[in-house]
Write a protein that binds this ligand. Structure first.
Ligand SMILES: Cc1ncc(COP(=O)(O)O)c(C=O)c1O
Length: 386
């Protein structure tokens, strides 16, 4: 049996997405900017895809800009806002547990003279709202925050964050990295007072290398790429048609099936959690649990065990998991998220992330539990002989 429990790293594209992309490559290969029929038909398909993404988010079509993925959406959101708004102030705020596609932009902006604040998080990965209240001032122009953390699944309280920002005299722009929450939590950026929001195709059973940025209508924004007039001049370059159409299909599936999908992920997660609780007594669950946690992420530390060794043992059984995030797990450095949460060296070393999709089954969970129990028992036996 195969159990792919690494859906926060990436998901398997759905059959409908693959079929749509294949058609885009073989039939709809025209350039959407061309004036003839071959181009016009593709332009229409892109329009329909934009509609599908906008509908899934509950926003206007013209507020959706296609990008090359979550990384570009995050970079564009931050740099495009700074470029347009820098005269109003030079203080920008984020958290210490952001994805590198936000953190490294902030580090770069620090070298350019911006006053940068990295909010602390507690043991569960929640940002310190009191610290946010203290830091927000008349010089602050932007807060960039993730909705769901990709390593531990903790949900940040976006509504409360917006309220705090609203108390400032300065109009503070709110960017939300929703790469891990789109399709996993119900949300509506305009209702939450979000100005910019990033999503990515490959986390929602869509293609890799495609994403979108929601930009609130009338927001002052400066492009970071210059070229032709595609994507209303905000993101020029000949469109990634297969990617855009694939993202549209994946978004339409979310719009239709989100309730059912969430229910399936919660079932799988709760079964795995219950099994681990009863079989592996010293396991530690990282991040928030229950309502404050995303339905698809479960991070667990197995004290005395090296997560990487366990990962490779599970891989032999065709069980696929992660130690931290996929982006940081190939580097030898420890997870910046778990470190910021104040976990001990042993807890960080022994951390494994299981991440789910609606495609996972209860049978897979039971198989994983069985193999996990065996490997942990064997690893502990080896440790005791040392
Ligand atoms: C929270 C978060 N933001 C941004 C990204 C980057 O998205 P992409 O892989 O589409 O560049 C990821 C990917 O892992 C992520 O988990």
């Amino acid at each position: 049996m195969e159990a792919y429990f690494d859906n926060s790293a990436t998901t398997k594209p759905s059959k409908e997405v693959v079929e749509t992309m294949l058609k885009a490559l073989t039939i709809h290969y025209g350039n959407p900017s061309s004036l003839h029929r071959k181009g016009v038909e593709v332009e229409k398909l892109i329009k329909a895809s934009r509609r599908q993404v906008a509908k899934a988010l509950g926003v206007k079509d013209e507020e959706i800009i296609f990008t090359s993925g979550g990384t570009e959406s995050n970079n564009a959101a931050i740099l495009g806002t700074i470029a347009a708004q820098h005269r109003r102030g030079n203080k920008i705020i984020t958290s210490s547990i952001e994805h590198p596609s936000v953190l490294n932009v902030f580090k770069y902006l620090e070298t350019k003279g911006y006053s940068v604040v990295y909010l602390d998080v507690d043991r569960k990965g929640k940002i310190d709202l009191h610290q946010l209240e203290q830091e927000v001032d008349e010089n602050t122009i932007l807060l960039s925050i993730m909705h769901v953390n990709n390593e531990v699944g903790t949900i940040q309280p976006i509504e409360k964050i917006r309220q705090i920002l609203n108390n400032s005299k300065n109009k503070i722009i709110l960017h939300v990295d929703a790469v891990q929450s789109f399709g996993k939590l119900k949300m509506n950026p305009s209702k939450l007072g979000i100005d910019l929001l990033s999503i990515s195709g490959h986390k929602i059973h869509g293609p890799k290398g495609i994403g979108a940025l929601y930009i609130r209508k009338d927001l002052k924004f400066t492009p970071i790429i210059y070229g032709g007039g595609q994507e209303i001049g905000i993101r020029p370059g000949t469109e990634n048609v297969p990617g855009i159409l694939g993202l549209g299909i994946a978004s339409a599936a979310i719009e239709k099936e989100i309730d059912d999908g969430i229910q399936k992920m919660v079932q799988v997660k709760e079964r795995l959690k219950a099994g681990i609780l009863s079989e592996i007594k010293d396991a530690i669950f990282n991040g928030c649990q229950g309502d404050e946690s995303a339905p698809h992420i479960l991070s667990i530390s197995f004290p005395g065990i090296r997560g990487e060794v366990l990962l490779h043992m599970l891989e032999q059984d065709e069980i696929y998991v992660s130690t931290g995030s996929a982006c940081s797990s190939k580097k030898s450095s420890q997870s910046h998220v778990l470190k910021a949460m104040g976990l001990s060296e042993e807890e960080i070393e022994g951390a494994i992330r299981f991440s789910f999709s609606y495609q996972n089954t209860i049978e897979e969970v039971d198989y994983v539990l069985n193999q996990l129990k065996k490997h942990i028992y064997d690893l502990k036996k080896i440790m005791m002989k040392r």
